[in-house]
Design a protein around this ligand. Structure first.
Ligand code: NDP
Length: 249
């Protein structure tokens, strides 16, 4: 069994595009919504031909863009609601505590990775609640209704040990805030049985991860997508590596 519908943000490149390609291999997923800032420039994404794939514009930092997307997705999923919201889009702005002070950079980093992701999640709650109610059952399942956030081990306060610390300060703050939001959601939305899980995909060779990263996109997203499709009660509220091992907060 697979979720009926899935929406992924930042699906034009990197981990988002990799995850999308993996999910397209699962023929039980009936509606796959890939969003990106400018579909007309998303060549590789547009070349993926599949009748289940819907490519829609979304700038996660723009409220109007989020509302427009909601209206389109509502038409696509109808009374079934949206089964999975996969918050993948993110940025990494290098910021060093010993460098120049820059309020704008700090706010921009926090805005995209935590504030915008929180706002998208709030917007899509009605469709997630609909899916959770319609699919029914006793507990949590990726096939019922789920919010999956792509976080990072960089968010783990316990794991801050000096490795890459300098330039990652603002990024760490943004992903910690995202994890905090996710944990709150897992408790506040428990009454609807909407599963909430945060993942670190590993260090992956993307625009953000860079050429020296340890993992190829295809390998990393295969492990991650396979495990996302197994999520259930044991993973609700969890902060996990791609292989489902727990990351300390
Ligand atoms: P990339 O930089 O390769 O891709 C980032 C994606 O996010 C792009 O699709 C980009 O779109 C999109 N994006 C950024 N800002 C916005 C916005 N305002 N609105 C819509 N889309 C936006 O990064 P990765 O693929 O590596 O990262 C994906 C996720 O994984 C991120 O959340 C990242 O923090 C996380 N992660 C990555 C790791 C790695 O090693 N690569 C490690 C740990 C976590 P556009 O093309 O328009 O810029």
């Amino acid at each position: 069994m697979s979720p009926k519908s899935l929406l992924i943000t930042g699906a034009n490149r990197g981990i988002g595009l990799g995850l999308l390609k993996q999910f397209l291999k699962h023929k039980d997923i009936q509606i796959i919504i890939a969003t990106c800032r400018d579909p007309s420039k998303a060549e590789e994404l547009s070349n993926l031909k599949d009748s289940r794939l819907h490519i829609l514009p979304l700038d996660i930092d723009c409220d109007e863009s989020i509302s427009k997307l909601y209206a389109e997705v509502e038409k696509l999923v109808g009374e079934d609601g949206l089964t999975v919201l996969l918050n993948n889009a993110g940025i990494l702005l290098p910021y060093d505590v010993e460098g120049e002070k820059n309020r704008k950079t700090l706010i921009r980093q926090l805005e995209t990775n935590s504030v915008s992701t929180a706002l998208i999640t709030q917007e899509f709650l009605p469709l997630l609640k609909k899916a959770a109610a319609k699919n029914g059952g006793d507990g949590y399942s990726i096939n019922r209704a789920a919010i999956v956030n792509i976080s990072s081990t960089a968010a783990s306060v316990e794991k801050i040990d000096g490795t890459f610390n300098g330039p990652l300060v603002a990024y760490r703050m943004s992903k910690s805030a995202l994890n905090s939001f996710a944990k709150s959601c897992s408790i506040d939305l428990a009454k609807y049985h909407i599963l909430v899980t945060s993942f670190c995909p590993g260090w992956v060779k993307t625009g953000m991860g860079g050429a020296n990263a340890m993992l190829e996109i295809e390998d990393a997203t295969k492990t991650l997508s396979d495990n996302i499709l197994t999520l259930g009660n044991a993973h609700h509220g969890a902060y996990l590596n791609a292989d489902l091992t727990v990351i300390p907060n």
